[in-house]
Design a protein around this ligand. Structure first.
Ligand SMILES: [Zn+2]
Ligand SMILES: [Zn+2]
Length: 380
């Protein structure tokens, strides 16, 4: 069957996934739907429960050769859908607002391609990864021995990109998406009467100094490239006019283009917190969460993506700056040779994570064609 003819099958599958979205780490029914769909084709092996709810659908050629991994993501977001179409999310406060339903449909499009045109050599691993949004899924997959035994030679993945013309292939050498992580600072002193603040130990000034200090870190001369600190939350004491606060929490998200800059930024932040705590006689705790390394593309793999786009007559958009958002595919590119690329999802499409966003069905076939060309080039 020609790929264009199977487009409807993939659109229906995408909408089926869209209707019943599941949050990170809870993608049980989504994973089952993938397995059920894969079972209607001719895969050589299907692995389930990889790093949680992960699924790998494997196709093998008769001769030994390279192993290529194509990865997509299973999870949705805790956002309530503001769309009225008939396949809208049936769950309150959960919906596919990052287009992972579309990514799954694209990678599932390879089931038919690889069943109808058998590989002569090598192996293709189609990975449906859980928990991308929290930065946990890739790590769990990479620590699962069922996965590491597959030991891919090459890894590839894509993301749909609102703001870019439909079907455009967005590529970049080196860093594609930023490193990022969340910082939680807990400062503990001692409460006192609001009339006698001098008898307590209050974290108020430390919080104020830390807000200024953290926001200033990107000016640090030893950083090599772009970095950003965003204060996202703070809480000092309770809503009680009689009390001088004795406890505070401050949260920030930090991001850098380069992994090495993330180390510098981390050290600067910890030093700052330490100093502020000592100065104001506070006990402190630092916690780093939702950590994503930068997604760093290999030149060889970007060239393969670019050749695949040319072969299919897709417009290539070579960007110069990495994206500020993060992707946990960075854990894969840290360990394996690989690359990440974007597919334009339409200039006027609502942005990712917006309540009215929906993945454009027209680019499913574009994604399947790209991955199929990449697979053929790598295994040739
Ligand atoms: Zn997302
Ligand atoms: Zn995403």
């Amino acid at each position: 069957m020609k790929l264009e003819n199977s487009a409807n099958e993939l659109i229906n599958f995408r909408r089926l996934l869209h209707k019943c979205p599941e949050l990170s780490g809870k993608e049980i029914e989504t994973a089952k739907k993938i397995v059920r769909f894969a079972n209607t084709f001719d895969a050589d092996k299907i692995l389930t429960q990889l790093g949680g709810n992960g699924v790998a659908v494997i196709f093998e050629g008769k001769e030994k050769g390279k192993t290529i991994l194509i990865r997509c993501d299973l999870d949705a977001l805790p956002i309530s859908e503001e769309n009225g179409f008939e396949y809208k999310s049936v769950f309150a406060n959960v919906s596919h607002k990052c287009g992972h339903d579309g990514h799954m449909a694209i990678v599932s499009g390879l089931f038919r391609q690889l069943s109808e045109e058998k590989l002569t050599k090598g192996k293709v691993v189609l990975l449906f990864q859980p928990a991308e949004e929290t930065g946990e899924g890739a790590k769990l997959i990479l620590n699962d021995s069922k996965f590491t035994e597959l030991n891919p030679d090459y890894v590839f993945a894509l993301h749909n990109l609102p703001g870019f013309a439909k079907h455009q292939i967005v590529i970049k050498y080196n860093e594609f998406a930023s490193a990022s992580k969340g910082l939680i600072i807990r400062l503990t002193g001692k409460t006192s009467h609001a009339a006698e603040p001098e008898k307590g130990i209050t974290p108020t000034l430390a919080v104020a100094e830390l807000i200024y200090g953290l926001l200033d870190i990107p000016k640090n001369k030893s950083l090599k490239d772009f970095s950003l600190v965003t204060i996202i939350h703070s809480k000092i004491g309770e809503r009680a006019f009689g009390t001088t606060p004795g406890y505070a929490e401050l949260m920030a998200t930090v991001r850098t283009y380069k992994n090495e800059d993330m180390l510098t930024l981390t050290n600067c932040a910890e030093e700052l917190i330490n100093k502020a705590a000592v100065k104001h006689k506070l006990k402190f705790e630092i916690e780093w969460v939702e950590q994503f390394p930068a997604t760093v593309n290999s030149k060889e793999c970007v060239d393969i993506i670019s050749a695949s786009a040319k072969e299919n007559n897709f417009v290539i958009n070579k960007i110069n700056e990495p994206f500020r958002w993060s992707e946990d595919f960075g854990y894969f590119t840290q360990k394996y040779r690989g690359a990440f690329f974007g597919i334009g999802a339409g200039e006027n499409l609502p942005q990712l994570h917006n309540p009215d966003y929906d993945f454009p069905d027209e680019i499913i076939v574009t994604g399947v064609k790209m991955f199929y060309s990449i697979i053929k080039k790598v295994l040739a």
